[in-house]
Design a protein around this ligand. Structure first.
Ligand code: AFP
Length: 280
């Protein structure tokens, strides 16, 4: 039950987070630990989720993409949160989301210590995808309450979409070769917020990647806050995840905010990717 209570706290916070966006499109003074500018909306969502999640008996540690240090409050699970993934999309009024990983270990911890993960998508609707106990469930969130709309969610067998981040000239040659083959088969769907792009893959099947770049060999996305929780959800839905050579759940992080190349989607595309990248 304690994981469901954690999911409920996230769902019950969605109206507050969503309502705060309009007035918080400006950049705050600080930067996040990854050196990225913080919107006032990032800071607001972070503070709100820290307070509400640490108030739970089942949560003993709160880590966030928006802050250097982990906040602790007794025993319990460690939650890793990206409070507002894709927050730069607020300027262009495009979708964004909240990402949650629930680790049964002290952070930084490998993805294999995840016991649950979820994401909220702030789109035309507010929806939530949760993975726990071997199953993925999709909800519409209304008035802070989750209404299940899809049970035992699995990736469709006939993939349709792809979305690859970073600038094409920055892609290593082997990823470019992989991308060229995918482009012949699937339709481009890329919106600049991982959650919205991953949700396209969860809905239509396909592959999402924010790969290693020539200038950033570890890519852009963070392992504990984005890569591992999304890898957990996609793998629980029957897909695969990879950092280029292994599952995102197999990485053993040495630092809380370390980055990782992220590739998730239907198994055949992740197999193709790893084959390409392992010929390096
Ligand atoms: P922001 O949170 O700064 O908008 O970054 C979003 C993100 O971390 C992830 O959600 C996207 O997949 C990726 O960055 C988009 O990066 P590009 O802007 O380089 O495409």
């Amino acid at each position: 039950m304690s994981v469901e209570t954690i999911f409920d706290v996230i769902a019950s916070s969605t109206d507050d987070i969503r309502d705060s966006l309009a007035g918080r499109r400006t950049y705050a003074d600080g930067q996040n630990p990854s050196g990225e500018q913080q919107l006032a909306a990032d800071v607001h969502a972070d503070r709100l989720l820290e307070e509400r999640l640490l108030a739970l008996d089942s949560v003993g540690a709160y880590a966030s993409e928006e802050r250097e240090e982990i906040s602790t409050d007794g025993a319990g699970y460690s939650v890793a949160v990206d409070p507002l993934d894709g927050s730069s999309n607020v300027k262009s009024n495009n979708a964004m989301g909240t990402v949650l990983g629930v680790y049964d270990a002290e952070l930084p911890a490998p993805g294999r210590s995840l016991i649950a993960a979820a994401y909220v998508l702030y789109g035309p609707l507010t929806t939530m995808m949760t993975a726990h106990d071997g199953t993925v469930t999709e909800y519409v969130v209304e008035d802070g309450a989750r209404q299940p709309v899809r049970e035992n969610v699995t990736l469709p067998d006939d993939p349709v979409v792809y979305g690859f981040g970073g600038r094409v000239p920055e892609w290593p040659d082997d990823f470019s070769t992989f991308a060229s083959s995918v482009e012949q088969e699937l339709k481009l769907r890329y919106g600049g917020a991982m959650i919205a792009d991953v949700n396209q893959v969860m809905t239509y099947g396909g592959v999402f990647a924010y790969p290693a770049l020539e200038s950033h060999p570890d890519g852009k996305l963070r392992l504990l806050f984005e890569g591992a929780p999304i890898g957990y959800i996609v793998e629980t839905a029957g897909g695969r995840s990879s950092d280029g050579s292994q599952s995102l759940l197999d990485g053993t992080p040495s630092a809380l905010h370390q980055r990782v190349p992220v590739h998730v989607g239907n198994a055949e595309y992740i197999a193709q990717l790893e084959e390409r990248l392992q010929t390096r």
